[in-house]
Write a protein that binds this ligand. Structure first.
Ligand SMILES: Cc1cc2nc3c(=O)[nH]c(=O)nc-3n(C[C@H](O)[C@H](O)[C@H](O)COP(=O)(O)OP(=O)(O)OC[C@H]3O[C@@H](n4cnc5c(N)ncnc54)[C@H](O)[C@@H]3O)c2cc1C
Length: 391
């Protein structure tokens, strides 16, 4: 198709959760959409994430409800509708890795947080458990702290990305979008090897790749920030499944450890369970070397779970940046972000959880669909990427 121009409604750059979610939502509204992914679907952040669909309690651990905790309060319900097949994207048949998430702490560590959890403001969002309902990893006489159950749950990010890609197959291509291949002139022209795409809108959903695209396209009014993390995977022959935040107490709102459990995809260890650790360990660990971070992770587990034999554990670390809209003082954004600049819409979901919120925001910025037909491009499809543990 040399020099052919194909007219479509929307080009999306980036095939993480933002791009894939938007692709599915927009196709269900009859937009003709092409998604261009530079590497592999799920990209950098999405398959590195812990997959927790938050109801906001994580952002109320300072002892008060916050704008961030309230922005997230509707999210689990919207995702659960999708899992039942009644939401905006059909995720029916996807089994969460866990259906409820936990909060726990050492005896006496919660201080005034315990009263906050029991308060009327949180009724229905936080439930304190009896010992017999504790997760298996915490059923030990040495553990004397409280355990709470949240409405949060955990998705298998590989399965999620795979499903979103399958639902929209035929529209997803491996191609790195560069600013110099784009002309913005009322609408958007994208030059490909053997044809031009002419689209009403270009959605920048490229995670940290948005930074170079914003600069190259001259969209100076929108800026990005990175918040780095140093996550840890733990392999151990006898790990029980555990999904929860080990709380630091009212003094520090960020959990000491955030623990999720995954099926190991490593070459020699395939099939066993591993723990993926975030929380303070990952944020404070940014300045640590890999060796120091492994040592710190071992120390944390020996301190929090002294009844387990950690001599059998092996540790690996994983560095990754969260890419988000710029906030003064590097603060965390409270909402998904979508802002129009000419024919471009710049997006960061800021959380996997907020993909439905991102969908709402982008839809509100779009003109109605104009070119409903789908024309295949002469590009390779993009394949699904891998998690840090090789799944
Ligand atoms: C360690 C970690 C844990 C997290 N845990 C959670 C959690 O438990 N719950 C939660 O709600 N959120 C969590 N998050 C946040 C969440 O993962 C991110 O907000 C979300 O995945 C970002 O998705 P994205 O699509 O914007 O970016 P990405 O997933 O990074 O995808 C961007 C894609 O764009 C592609 N790309 C880049 N440049 C170009 C280009 N020029 N052309 C075409 N494609 C391009 C990349 O290859 C990549 O595939 C976590 C984040 C991290 C880092």
């Amino acid at each position: 198709m040399p020099n052919t121009t194909i007219q479509i409604d929307i080009v999306i750059a980036g095939g993480g959760i933002a791009g894939l979610w938007l692709l599915n939502v927009l196709r269900s509204r009859d937009y003709s959409v092409v998604l261009l992914e530079a590497e592999r679907l799920g990209g950098a952040q999405t398959l590195s994430s812990q997959g927790i669909i938050h109801g906001g309690m994580k952002y109320a651990l300072g002892g008060a409800l916050t704008p961030a905790s309230e922005a997230l309060s509707q999210a689990p319900g919207r995702w659960r509708a999708c899992l039942k097949g009644t939401g905006e994207v059909d995720l029916s048949g996807l089994e969460p890795l866990c259906d409820r998430f936990h909060l726990f702490a050492g005896a006496g560590a919660l201080g005034r947080l315990a009263a906050f959890f029991a308060s009327k403001a949180l009724r229905g969002r936080v439930e304190q458990l009896d010992g017999r309902d504790f997760p298996k990893a915490l059923r030990n006489d040495s553990f004397r702290g409280p355990v709470y159950r949240l409405e949060d749950f955990v998705l298998d990010t590989s399965a999620l990305v795979e499903r979103l890609a399958t639902l929209a197959s035929g529209c997803i291509y491996r191609h790195s979008l560069t600013a110099d291949a784009c002309t913005l002139d009322g609408n958007v022209q994208v030059r490909l090897a053997d044809c031009n795409l002419s689209a009403n809108r270009l959605i920048l959903a490229a995670g940290d790749g948005n930074e170079a695209l914003l600069e190259g396209l001259g969209l100076a009014g929108i800026a990005m920030q990175r918040r780095p993390l140093h996550q840890v995977t733990v392999r151990h022959p006898h790990l029980p499944p555990l999904f929860g935040h080990w709380l630091a107490g009212a003094g520090r709102a960020e959990p000491r450890l955030t623990i999720t459990t995954h099926r190991d995809g490593g070459e020699s260890t395939r099939g066993g369970l591993l723990w993926y650790l975030g929380g303070q360990l990952a944020t404070d660990g940014v300045g640590r070397s890999e060796e120091e971070q492994r040592r710190q992770a071992r120390l944390e587990l020996e301190t929090c779970f002294p009844w387990m034999d950690w001599s059998l554990a092996t540790f690996e670390t994983w560095r990754i940046d969260r890419a988000e809209p710029f906030q003064p003082a590097g603060l965390r954004p409270d909402h998904a972000f979508a802002e129009a600049s000419g024919p471009c819409i710049v997006c960061w979901p800021t959380k996997l959880t907020l993909a439905p919120d991102l969908g709402d925001r982008v839809l509100s910025l779009l003109p109605p669909p104009e070119y409903p037909s789908r024309i295949p491009l002469n590009l390779q499809p993009a394949a699904v990427g891998r998690t840090p543990w090789g799944a």
